[in-house]
Design a protein around this ligand. Structure first.
Ligand code: AKG
Ligand code: FE2
Length: 296
């Protein structure tokens, strides 16, 4: 049977407080099925304004257009919380003052640009991602029969990072033009914004031994499960391999948002488990295995 492609789900009936429990349950069921079968879904009706999305992508161009020396000066190597520039992208997380910094927590490195050209739109986008990821997590927890209260610790002071990505044009000698090699995302959940029309993302569907293309469509976010949620759900939700083949003409910008969650949290799908591996332990283990290789 030919693969049908990654399901496209309108989540607005879930977000709408006037919706009946029945209508919400239908959306939750669709989400559950996509996460089990593919580990990926595409969403519309997510409530993130079109302007917020466009401005975020404009910020990518603004940032990567800066002179190389200016970007190098913002290297994430200078930053304890791994925020800032490296060859494959630019990381921005929750702004935490230096005196409260810790593992993956601390100040960002902001480029020297007017507030409206970068900091303000990125912060706006970040806040929208926080709301959206929390709604998605609710659906994922409800879908497996748990209460949303289980998310209280995970969502308290979540680690969540935006990675601004720039794939240069094919004419460039830079090897990044070829995209991103096959990988799984190691955190909890990823919400991906792609520049409309700049296709290239492919998802491996083991059942058919096939790579499914996921188009880059305006106002559609791609959501995927990370290794942590796969582990937490005993594989019920799968963290699926994906890759990017930069098929687009010219530059391609995209912004994955990696939600890890509060570092102190344990498995929200196993509320009774008190001494399980925390989010921090999981991330440290993944870093030890792959630090510097895929840079996440
Ligand atoms: O650029 C994309 O569309 C996806 C990037 C990705 O999968 C990642 O950075 O983990
Ligand atoms: Fe990824």
């Amino acid at each position: 049977m030919a693969p049908q492609g990654i399901p496209l789900i309108d989540i607005s009936p879930y977000l709408n407080s006037d919706s009946s429990a029945e209508i919400k349950a239908k959306v939750i069921d669709q989400v559950k099925s996509a996460c089990s079968t593919y580990g990926f879904l595409q969403i519309t009706g997510h409530g993130v304004p079109a302007d917020t999305q466009r401005n975020m992508l404009d910020c990518c161009k603004t940032l990567f257009d800066l002179p190389q020396a200016q970007k190098d000066a913002l290297s994430l190597k200078n930053n304890q919380a791994r925020r800032g520039y490296e060859r494959i992208g630019f990381y921005i997380g929750r702004e935490i003052p230096p005196e409260s910094a810790g593992f993956l927590r601390g100040p960002n490195q902001w480029p020297d640009l007017p507030d409206q050209a970068f900091h303000a739109p990125v912060t706006d986008y970040y806040e929208h991602m926080l709301r959206l990821t929390h709604h998605l997590l609710e659906m994922l927890v409800l879908a497996l029969g748990y209460e949303t209260e289980n998310l209280t610790t995970l969502t308290a002071e979540p680690v969540m990072n935006l990675k601004l990505l720039h794939y240069p044009p094919h004419s460039s000698k830079d090897t990044r033009q070829f995209g991103a090699g096959a990988h799984t995302d190691f955190g909890t959940l990823t919400v991906l914004l792609q520049q409309p029309g700049k296709h290239g993302l492919e998802v491996y569907h083991a059942a058919d031994d096939e790579w499914l293309s996921v188009p880059a469509v305006e106002d559609v976010f791609v959501v995927n499960m990370g290794d942590l949620i796969q582990k937490w759900t005993g594989g019920e939700y799968s963290s699926t391999r994906h890759r990017v083949i930069n098929a687009a003409d010219g530059d391609r910008y995209s912004v994955p948002c990696f939600y890890q969650g509060d570092l102190r949290a344990t498995n929200p799908f196993k509320p009774g488990e008190v001494d399980g591996e925390t989010v921090e332990m999981h991330i440290r283990r993944k870093f030890d295995q792959s630090y510097g290789l895929n840079g996440k």
